[in-house]
Design a protein around this ligand. Sequence first.
Ligand SMILES: Cc1cc2nc3c(=O)[nH]c(=O)nc-3n(C[C@H](O)[C@H](O)[C@H](O)COP(=O)(O)O)c2cc1C
Ligand code: SF4
Length: 445
Amino acid sequence: MVRTADPTNLSTYEPILLRHVGVPEARTLEGYRARGGYKAAEKALTQMSADDVIDEVKRANLRGRGGAGFPAGVKWSFLPKDRTVTYLCVNADESEPPTFSNRVLMENDPHALIEGTIIAGYATRATTAYIYMRGEFWEQFHIVQKAIDEAYAAGILGKDIFGSGYGLNVYIHRGGGAYVCGEETGLIESIEGKRGWPRIKPPFPAIEGLFRKPTVVNNVETLCNVPHIIERGADWFLGIGPEGSSGPKLFCISGPVKKPGCYEWAMDISLRELIEDPRFGGGMRDGKKVKAVFPGGISMGVVTGDELDMKMNFTDPAKFGLLGLGTAAAVVVDDSIDIRTVIRNVARFFSHESCGQCTQCREGTSWMFKMTDRLAGNLGRREDLDLLAEVSGNMGMMPGMSICGLSDGAAFAIKTVIKKFRSELEECIARENPEAVKIALEVVN
Ligand SMILES: Cc1cc2nc3c(=O)[nH]c(=O)nc-3n(C[C@H](O)[C@H](O)[C@H](O)COP(=O)(O)O)c2cc1C
Ligand code: SF4
């Protein structure tokens, strides 16, 4: 279900990214242009140099919306000056559970994505862009492909766009449905027709990416912000939200809230507002209470019902022990749910999705699943909690042990649940498996 914040209640915020939700005619080229579409691309290509565009996006401090929050303009400026070929990859894999904001954008505003892609392509001197789209996005594939066809027919894609001399070809590459293919180098391998195994970095894609050429990978939401920055300027963008977390942002909310959906606001919103405010989640259904929330997709970790004052920006999540803001997609767990089933599902996901190249990720996610499966099946032992904490504590990228961030995500999801829900897990073990507790106490004594 897709919702924008209730316009009748909007006194301080004008939807920017979701302005075309519920406006089906904006999906067509004619309807998009009638609403001012492609003016920013025309401005960029005919009145600005590529470096001007990069400088404006850098000044706006547009941080990547795909999960890592890296500033887009800075990423673009890492491309070698003497390059002859550049590729642009649009990350539309949207594989992080429970994230669906890219889907909403592609469904409702496909030309906005194409416009952002044209401007980013011009800035980075890319003449070919691949939109790597999650395989399950069948309907969205057709919507975006139709928009691409319309743009070609109107001369907005292809050679000499707006008479600027700049040309761009855009292709959609459909993924096969693996989480790890959303990781930028797994995505690149997949476009090359190989198994989507992430690459060891360095070299980073800006130096050696798709077909071993300099490449930029950007998320759909990141690119949809770019036309607005070009049209209204970096200062306007910096004026939305707190310092370091500027610009419009999409937030997904799912679970037992009254109004699950995708909402837009500035990054000054708190998790509590996202859940409770009638403009967003609208509160819990059937009088349920919030027990836990994974606020940034599951791989950023969990907060408890007492930690809802966390701001959904790029800095606050770390103060609550999370890996980051991630995809800003919150999944709410209510007080009727056994935390053991939650941790088991999370571990099962990562174990299934690990590509298996790195030993600690392959083995660690598999052990974590076996232990959490035991816990959920009433056969958990108290020492399993320490073991789970130890395994997850040794899985991150920081010690340089893994090729990509999946390992970090798996570790944060599990270790934050163990840390924040330890007493509940211990109670379950003591209640359901007293024999194991007794044996453990005998061993200790
Ligand atoms: C396991 C894993 C899965 C990822 N999945 C996605 C994804 O589905 N979509 C996405 O945009 N970024 C995903 N990322 C992040 C990308 O590697 C990359 O940082 C991002 O696409 C860059 O775009 P941005 O700078 O515009 O955010 C994933 C990262 C990891 C480690
Ligand atoms: S960290 Fe995990 S998913 Fe990433 S490359 Fe290594 S094994 Fe594969």
